[in-house]
Design a protein around this ligand. Structure first.
Ligand SMILES: Nc1ncnc2c1ncn2[C@@H]1O[C@H](COP(=O)(O)OP(=O)(O)OP(=O)(O)O)[C@@H](O)[C@H]1O
Ligand SMILES: [Mg+2]
Length: 117
């Protein structure tokens, strides 16, 4: 696989931290992002609850997934920005993953590679 220098940062964060993370990304000069509402679980075991006499299991939590692809902005800056914006110190703050990206195309201009990002 050719190394294009393009990276995708995927982060799963608390929904109420999205505003702080967006602001931190703007300050890190990486304003472009895709946001999806997701549900997921980390390493904590499922919690059992009771509702109207019925037992239920809470094993998935509402989270927000952010995808942020960068070429010129150092990926470490993006990771730091997300960490700063999303951190509370409590369990469930989320995770950040960094992936290589093979190529990018800007549809409007036809530009390809890092310039397209
Ligand atoms: N290894 C993983 N693979 C895929 N998604 C993950 C992984 N770890 C965490 N996630 C996603 O991140 C969300 C938040 O994870 P969470 O912060 O609870 O991780 P954790 O390992 O349990 O750490 P903590 O002890 O701080 O809670 C999960 O709900 C899930 O969507
Ligand atoms: Mg957890």
């Amino acid at each position: 696989m050719s190394d294009t220098g393009i990276k995708m940062v995927v982060a799963v964060i608390r929904p109420d931290k999205l505003g702080d993370v967006k602001q931190a990304l703007v300050e890190a000069d990486a304003p472009s992002l895709t946001v999806t509402n997701v549900s997921g679980r980390g390493s904590q075991p499922a919690k059992k609850g009771q509702w109207r006499g019925e037992e239920y299991v809470v094993d998935l939590h509402q989270k927000v997934k952010i995808e942020c692809v960068v070429a010129d902005t150092p990926v470490d800056d993006v990771v730091e920005a997300i960490k700063d914006g999303a951190h509370t110190g409590e369990k469930g703050d989320g995770k950040i993953f960094v992936l290589p990206v093979e190529d990018a195309v800007q549809i409007r201009t036809g530009e390809e590679g890092p310039k397209a990002v």
